[in-house]
Design a protein around this ligand. Structure first.
Ligand code: PLP
Length: 450
């Protein structure tokens, strides 16, 4: 069967099967979890490559890689084969007590892959876990509880990570239970576009704020700076090339640790192994695509930093039941091998540039498209109202409209006004053309807000 199929719908969206499951789910799941409204949600039955079939046999094209996870396609045949083999041998081990060989192999492979002396890993299951392992490692190494994070940042919603996530939507209900020693400083380019400075000036201003925060820190509160190399959920904002090297220089000069969150951007998404490759962070967090669809994340630290954790005397201070799960580690080893063997990084750089220029060509004359920005297979289309304000209403309508035509995509941005494209790397040329044209037609059919 072809892997680059276009949408094919058999029912209205959502179909009767999805609707019935949504009704049942609303009775049995926490109300603040799965969104039910308009065309949402589809209940997925199977997926392959860039295609997803729902329980009503409708076929979609997934332009999200399912939250940036399935980079080498849904049900990648080689990853699936490894999973089948591994599941016959060992599904679960005892992470920090009696682990599997797969955990050792993966930790070694990551140490080889990551830059500089990033070579000591802490495994987790989701992105929040990796961030929290990094925050704890920074606390152990510096003794300082404070973290400088950025406006627009999304680092997850676990209790440790949540304090560093920017949007009050996530933080406010739990604010009195979170680490109070977190400040959010401006991320270059994140402030409302109407007043947006040029990229180099915005980066310089943001760096000045970080430097001032760390300089005026008489109690020595702040031990680490936590940053996304490209603001993902915050709106696909690519900072000027001086920003990360500037942060590295400030952290070195002021004796603080730099934590880079590559949970979304890492492992080829931006046409590089890591979007932050211009620098070597002290702690690097990776997740999402690492295990090809299985839950696995990792915080990889410089040896010098990680040696502040004492050697376990049989009661590890940081662990979890599924730490270094052998099934997930085997899938991750396969993913890393495939990324390298099939030169995916170079291929994403080339075909991602084509995706970017096609989006720019096709959407150039569409009203209300303020900016198209990104790298590799991570693109944002920012929408503005006629008055120049963020047009979240139109972006949300477009996502609903797209679903009804068989395209799965998401919105990003603190105002929900950025269409986010993060397709699997296996997106076919035919799918790419069709997606760009469909986006143009849908945007033209949805009026720009006043
Ligand atoms: C940059 C970034 N960091 C952290 C996270 C949190 O990951 P998880 O949802 O797996 O906890 C995400 C999730 O979208 C993310 O995009």
């Amino acid at each position: 069967m072809r892997d680059d199929l276009l949408p094919q719908l058999r029912t209205a969206i959502p179909g009767p099967g999805s609707q019935a499951l949504a009704v049942r789910l609303q009775h049995s799941e926490c109300p603040d979890t799965t969104y039910v409204g308009g065309a949402f949600p589809l209940f997925w039955e199977r997926a392959r490559g860039c295609n997803v079939w729902d329980v009503d046999a409708n076929r979609f094209v997934d332009l999200t890689a399912a939250f940036g996870v399935c980079t080498l396609g849904h049900a990648n045949p080689e990853v699936t084969e490894v999973l089948q083999r591994q599941s016959r041998e060992l599904v679960h081990a005892m992470g920090d007590v009696h682990p599997s060989a797969q955990k050792v192999r993966l930790a070694e492979a990551l140490a080889r892959l990551t830059p500089g002396d990033l070579e000591v890993s802490i495994f987790g299951s989701n992105g929040s876990d990796a961030i929290e392992a990094a925050l704890k490692s920074a606390k152990r190494a510096t003794g300082r509880p404070g973290v400088v994070a950025f406006e627009g940042a999304y680092h997850g919603v676990g209790y440790g990570a949540l304090a560093t996530t920017w949007r009050l939507h996530f933080r406010a209900p739990f604010a009195d239970q979170l680490n109070p020693n977190v400040v959010h400083l401006p991320y270059p380019g994140h402030a409302d576009g109407a007043a947006r400075a040029d990229a180099a000036t915005a980066a310089a201003r943001a760096l000045e704020r970080v430097d001032a925060q760390l300089r005026d820190d008489p109690s020595g509160c702040f031990g680490a700076v936590l940053v996304e190399p490209i603001l993902g959920r915050g709106g696909l904002i690519v900072p000027h090339a001086t920003f990360l090297p500037g942060l590295r220089e400030i952290c070195d000069r002021r004796g603080r640790l730099l934590i880079v969150d590559e949970i979304f951007t890492g492992l080829g998404r931006t046409g590089r192994w890591f979007a932050s490759e211009a620098i070597v962070p002290d702690l690097l967090c990776v997740g999402k695509s690492l295990a090809g669809g299985l839950p696995l994340s990792v915080c990889i630290g410089r040896r010098e930093v990680m040696e502040h954790w004492e050697r376990s005397c049989g009661e590890a201070r940081h662990t979890s039941t599924f730490l270094g799960n052998p099934l997930a580690c085997a899938a991750a080893l396969c993913m890393l091998e495939l990324l390298e063997r099939d030169a995916w990084i170079e291929r994403v750089a080339t075909s991602g540039a084509l995706l970017g220029s096609e989006l720019r060509d096709v959407l150039a004359r569409v009203d209300g498209v303020r900016e198209i920005r990104g790298r590799g297979y991570l693109w944002g289309i920012e929408l503005a109202t006629r008055a120049g304000a963020p047009d979240g209403r139109r972006a949300r309508s477009l996502v609903q409209h797209a679903l009804r035509q068989g395209w799965i995509l998401l919105v990003a941005g603190s105002e929900g006004n950025v269409l986010e494209l993060a397709p699997p790397f296996v997106l076919g040329e035919r799918q790419r053309h069709a997606a760009c044209t469909a986006l143009r037609d849908m945007l033209q059919s949805l009026p720009q807000s006043a």
